[in-house]
Ligand binder design. Structure first.
Ligand code: GDP
Length: 289
């Protein structure tokens, strides 16, 4: 994923090779190529404009460091601005914590909940999952089946409709555990009810983290989803799923920017082991070659 973006960015920067002075025309051309590459990858238009504006301004105004060629100077700025766009490197604490999962139905939230349980379990922590999704029929069975496979306890009640009650009871039952992950309902759209409920669950659980699960295939709607969830509960990390597919992934970048957080993990497949930590520096270095 984002391979095409990488190739386009590399090509754009390559055009500056051998130049000894930075002229406006060359920077304009680079920025246009960059814009095209980012827009084709579904990055939000507003973000693309902000990014290209900063790159243009900084490339022309800042003095290249001593001994640095024009290409390296601009490449450094493109790199720094992309890192800023991707968000900060997010720390994952390997200690006691409560994680509240947010995201729309189909994003991969339930699968990711189980993947995270596996991740923390492998780190030697005692993990429990609470299924607070009382909306989707079969939600409890799905997450319970995944948890059973890895011997992680899963608290829930398919007959109960009160998600707050389940969460309260689950937290009480899992007092001895170190990591508790709360899977919540997703619904099909950003309905008021969904937002109200996640606000209540956040208040009730006093979650240490509120991670948003976003499908890499989401384009421009990603910003809107991220904004609504962020306004509601203050998202402090994004998990991008289905990065193994053909998705362009630009929507995820927009989501990260909207929440001013960073990508914590990426989902790279359907099995419980397909979860990877995300490192923005390494990612962009690869992107720029
Ligand atoms: P939820 O409605 O948000 O809880 O979504 P689910 O966890 O049920 O996932 C929806 C579909 O996406 C399922 O078929 C999952 O197997 C699939 N899925 C989730 N994460 C990934 C991923 O990282 N890669 C792939 N290829 N499929 C995924």
């Amino acid at each position: 994923m984002l391979d095409k973006l990488g190739t386009s960015l590399k090509d754009a920067v390559k055009k500056l090779a051998g130049k000894t002075v930075i002229d406006r025309a060359a920077v304009d051309e680079l920025v246009r190529d960059l814009q095209r590459a980012l827009l084709q990858s579904d990055v939000n238009v507003k973000l693309v404009m902000q990014l290209s504006q900063s790159i243009k301004q900084r490339s022309l105004e800042e003095e290249p460091a001593k001994g640095m060629g024009v290409r390296e100077h601009v490449l450094r700025i493109v790199y720094q601005e992309l890192v800023r766009l991707m968000g900060s490197t997010t720390e994952v604490t390997l200690g006691p914590q409560k994680i509240l999962m947010a995201g729309l139905q189909g994003s991969g939230k339930t699968t990711t909940t189980a993947k995270l349980a596996r991740y923390f379990q492998r780190k030697g922590l005692r993990v429990g999952v609470i299924c607070a999704d009382t909306f989707r029929p079969g939600a409890y069975d799905q997450v319970k089946t995944l948890c059973d496979r890895i011997n992680v306890p899963c608290f829930g009640n398919p007959k109960e409709t009160d998600a707050e009650k389940i969460t309260r009871e689950g937290l009480a039952a899992y007092k001895q555990l170190e990591v508790v992950i709360i899977d919540t309902q997703g619904r099909h759209a950003l309905e008021d009810h969904l937002i109200e409920e996640i606000i209540n669950l956040n208040t009730l659980s006093k979650a240490d983290h509120r991670w948003l699960v976003i499908d890499a295939a989401l384009g421009q709607q990603a910003s809107e989803q991220a904004r609504r969830f962020h306004e509601a509960i203050g998202i402090d990390g994004v998990i991008v799923t289905k990065m193994d597919g053909t998705a362009k992934g630009g929507g995820a970048l927009s989501a990260v920017s909207e929440t001013k957080s960073g990508i914590v993990f990426i989902g790279s497949g359907e099995t419980i082991e397909d979860l990877e930590r995300f490192d923005p520096d390494g990612f962009i270095s690869r992107l720029l070659g």
